[in-house]
Design a protein around this ligand. Structure first.
Ligand SMILES: *[C@@H]1O[C@H](CO)[C@@H](O)[C@H](O)[C@H]1NC(C)=O
Ligand SMILES: *[C@@H]1O[C@H](CO)[C@@H](O)[C@H](O)[C@H]1NC(C)=O
Length: 351
């Protein structure tokens, strides 16, 4: 009994001592990754992987198709809002924004990209190393506009979000034309990807980043597109892909532990969306969803990008009833639930 009693001196100490270390507020959200977090960079490059047309964005502010792969907002938007910053994080290549806007949040992500250069080659999108090149360019502009001191302050206190990896498996390794599957076992490929993630984070750190969220991959065997390939098994989730996702998240977690020991002052966390998404997928009705196997857009079985367009008569009326918006991407409502979970469970130390 006595063990649990809070000593009264502790109570007084906390009241009397000034708070020595006030956690600095996060001034900006800086995003790297794939379509899970791309706010529209692909609009400006030559790729067929785009979503800047209706019905994408129909529940976004103004009903605007921005190039986000959803009916509304995506996780960086919700996270930025939860941190008291702005409700949306703009794409770096979007010409309507300038450095003043980007000072409080900027997105370098590109739909279709991966850790592996061979993945971004598949649909000619921005490879991860080039996202970093854009980030260096951003640093220059930030310093030129705000001065060295203020810019460095923003860069070191910002929260960096990384979200990618799914495409390395589904758009590359597991496709029949992949050069990677003859080259690596899936276990080796995971290590190869985690190695690239490690190098990327180390470089980001050397450029001044300190607060970094490394995103895990989702239960990717349950994406409607993958269920469609599993028709013979009753459109169940592809368990092999889910197992790979779990294994890969395990390797990312090992990386996070290692880098936190090696890089002084870094605060690196793994934001793992796997279990909350699996919970939504297994018990959709307890989150208010009515459809999980197929997506809202078109037939919901395989369409995304240009195949999910405004002329498709099958697109659902209320996306909030669907876990997935198109065959590869969550609806805004799912994004909101997952983001809320990530903020509370993985990013709380930065709040
Ligand atoms: C950026 O655009 C806003 C208006 O959208 C303007 O007020 C601001 O001065 C611009 N900043 C720069 C650096 O051009
Ligand atoms: C990806 O390509 C860039 C540019 O050619 C190169 O610098 C980098 O080393 C490559 N990354 C990997 C992991 O091969």
């Amino acid at each position: 009994m006595a063990r649990n009693t809070i000593p009264s001196w502790l109570f007084f100490t906390q009241i009397l001592l000034p708070v020595v270390e006030i956690a600095a507020k996060v001034p900006a959200i800086i995003v790297f990754g794939d379509s899970s977090v791309d706010a529209g960079n692909n609009n400006k490059i030559s790729t067929i992987l785009k979503s800047n047309f209706e019905p994408y964005g129909r529940d976004f502010e103004g009903g605007l198709p921005t190039g986000r792969f959803s009916n509304g907002r995506i996780p960086p938007d919700f996270i930025s809002e939860a941190f008291g910053i702005k409700p949306t994080v703009p794409a770096y290549l979007d010409p309507i924004y300038n450095i003043t806007d980007f000072a409080s949040g900027v997105c370098f992500a590109s739909a279709g990209t991966g850790y592996d250069n061979a993945t971004s080659d598949v649909l000619s999108v921005i490879p991860l190393w080039e996202e970093l090149k854009y980030y260096k360019d951003y640093q220059k502009k930030l310093r030129a506009y705000f001065g060295e001191e203020k810019a460095n302050d923003i860069l070191s206190e910002a929260l960096y979000l990384m979200s990618l990896g799914t495409n390395d498996f589904l758009e590359n390794y597991y496709t029949f034309f992949s050069d990677r599957s003859p080259e690596f076992t899936v276990e080796e490929y995971q290590r190869f990807l985690a190695g690239i993630a490690g190098k990327f984070i180390t470089e980001l750190y050397s450029l001044g980043a300190r607060k970094i969220s490394l995103g895990g991959v989702p239960p990717m065997g349950c994406l409607p597109l993958e269920r469609t390939t599993n028709l013979l098994s009753g459109s169940d989730c592809v368990e092999e892909y889910n197992d790979v996702a779990k294994d890969f998240n395990g390797k990312l977690l090992e990386l996070v532990v290692k880098l936190n020991k090696e890089l002084p002052g870094i605060k690196l966390v793994l934001s793992n969306p796997y279990y909350i998404l699996l919970e939504i997928i297994e018990k959709p009705s307890s989150f208010g969803f009515e459809n999980v196997e197929v997506a809202c857009c078109a037939t919901g079985m395989f369409e995304m990008g240009y195949m999910c367009d405004q002329f498709n008569p099958f697109t659902c009326a209320i996306a909030d009833k669907y876990v997935f918006w198109d065959s590869f991407h969550p609806s805004e409502k799912t994004n909101q639930i997952v983001s809320d979970h990530v903020v509370k469970n993985f990013l709380a130390e930065f709040l």
